[in-house]
Design a protein around this ligand. Structure first.
Ligand code: HEC
Ligand code: HEC
Length: 361
């Protein structure tokens, strides 16, 4: 493995005991969706890192998880819909950022919450004909495991992580889920400022206090985000919960489409400013469009969340141009370049030559 990757297997990186800031206290850890049977372990998470970046886990050696979940963009893809094994086919939804997925207590994944856990999710990209390609005639998980069994390093790596060399679907799920859960985002400019005002006993945990490292515009946006609509704010934090900025579990629809009956989730808003587009179908190219939507674009429907209603219809915030710009400026302060440059989550392969564009089918 030493020739293949930059990982030092004798001194493995720390994934299991992250240093969390004081505001990631029990109010946050109670939201942790790690099952007792799959607590993060350094070796297993390291295996997860290898799996996440290995192009050879696709049918044609052209795609890995990281093709669509790119670290420098907060583990998402600037493309509206992503290519996997083929340059011609794309995903049906926009790729999701992965930071702080751990703090979404239901643990369900995908925009429509259809995978029951982070573990269950990890199988889907392999089965997808667009993503890693093992569905249909490609043989499914059995053929993937046959391929891994025949590769020089996987039996050894599984033995190193699990104590015996058996490569199984549950083990692949465990390792990938651990790696993804270890992606904790807690060092944005907002955190730098919050560190200087936070007190667990302050009213509203000091979320409403001006931050000393922010411009007046960023503080205005922060105030709008953190304050309820009835109190002169925009009410965002009622669903996008600080300090993780992951969604609250009981969130219903945010009213993108009239008559909506489905419930979507959102990934944590941390690093949301690193790249668009936004929402499950990537319909908004910029954060300014997102804020305009919350200001005056929300559509009514059976699933619309009460927090976005005003009287008998959807809310109309009627924010000034300056206030809308301030909200965008605040969202940009959630960018976390510590996570997007953390070597524990980077591509470990030495050889990775960027894959050539796939030929048309
Ligand atoms: C071809 C692009 C592509 C590849 C390859 C890919 N993903 Fe994704 N990923 C997506 C898209 C698109 C979504 C949203 C899909 C949906 O909601 O139906 C997503 C969603 C997710 C989610 C859900 C996040 C949440 O907050 O609910 C996780 C976790 C995830 N992917 C991890 C992985 C892992 C692990 C791999 C590799 C085994 C992988 N992805 C491979 C595009 C990709
Ligand atoms: C009722 C809960 C709720 C409230 C209040 C709310 N949102 Fe959302 N937000 C959601 C949901 C649900 C989604 C995902 C919708 C989808 O893609 O179908 C979302 C998506 C987003 C996204 C896109 C995330 C991504 O990764 O594409 C941004 C940005 C966002 N919201 C910002 C805000 C801002 C700013 C406010 C305040 C003006 C706000 N939200 C208020 C529930 C809410």
């Amino acid at each position: 493995m030493a020739e293949l990757t930059t990982i030092d297997f004798a001194h493995v990186a720390d994934y299991a005991t992250p240093t969390l800031p004081t505001w990631f206290d029990e109010t946050v850890t109670v939201l942790d969706n790690s099952p007792e049977t799959n607590a993060v372990d350094d070796r297993t998470a390291t295996l997860g890192r290898v799996l996440f970046y290995d192009l050879r886990l696709s049918t044609n050696d052209r795609a890995s998880c990281a093709s669509c979940h790119q670290q420098r963009f907060g583990f998402t893809d600037p493309m509206r819909f992503s290519n996997g094994i083929s340059g011609a086919a794309t995903t049906d939804f926009h790729a999701m950022r992965l930071g702080n997925l751990r703090y979404w207590r239901p643990g369900t994944t995908f925009w429509d919450r259809r995978a029951t856990s982070v573990e269950a999710q990890a199988s889907h990209p392999f089965h997808s004909l667009v993503e890693l390609g093992w569905g249909g005639a490609a043989g499914g998980f059995d053929d993937l495991i046959r391929k891994m069994d025949s590769m020089s390093y996987y039996p050894d790596l599984f033995e190193w992580a699990f104590g015996d060399p058996a490569i199984t679907e549950p083990r692949i799920q465990q390792a990938l889920a651990q790696f993804v859960r270890a992606m904790i985002s807690s060092s944005s400019r907002w955190d730098d400022g919050y560190a200087r005002v936070f007190s667990p006993s302050a009213p509203n945990r000091a979320l409403d206090v001006d931050l000393p490292n922010f411009t007046p515009e960023e503080n205005r946006g922060r105030h709008l985000f953190m304050t309820g609509v009835g109190q002169g704010g925009a009410g965002c934090s009622a669903c996008h919960l600080p300090p993780t900025f992951a969604l609250t579990a009981d969130t219903r629809s945010n009213g993108l489409d009239a008559g909506e009956t489905r419930l979507f989730k959102a990934p944590s808003l941390r690093s949301v400013g690193l790249t668009g587009p936004y929402m499950h179908d990537g319909r908004f190219a910029t954060l300014a469009e997102v804020v305009d939507f919350y200001d005056h674009g929300i559509q009514d429907g059976p699933a619309l969340d009460d927090r976005l209603r005003q009287g008998s219809g959807p809310q109309r915030l009627k924010l000034s141009v300056e206030d809308r710009a301030a909200l965008v400026a605040f969202l940009m302060t959630l960018n976390d370049t510590a996570l997007t440059t953390d070597s524990r989550f980077s591509d470990p392969f030495r050889r990775q030559v960027p894959p050539a564009p796939a030929p048309p089918p």
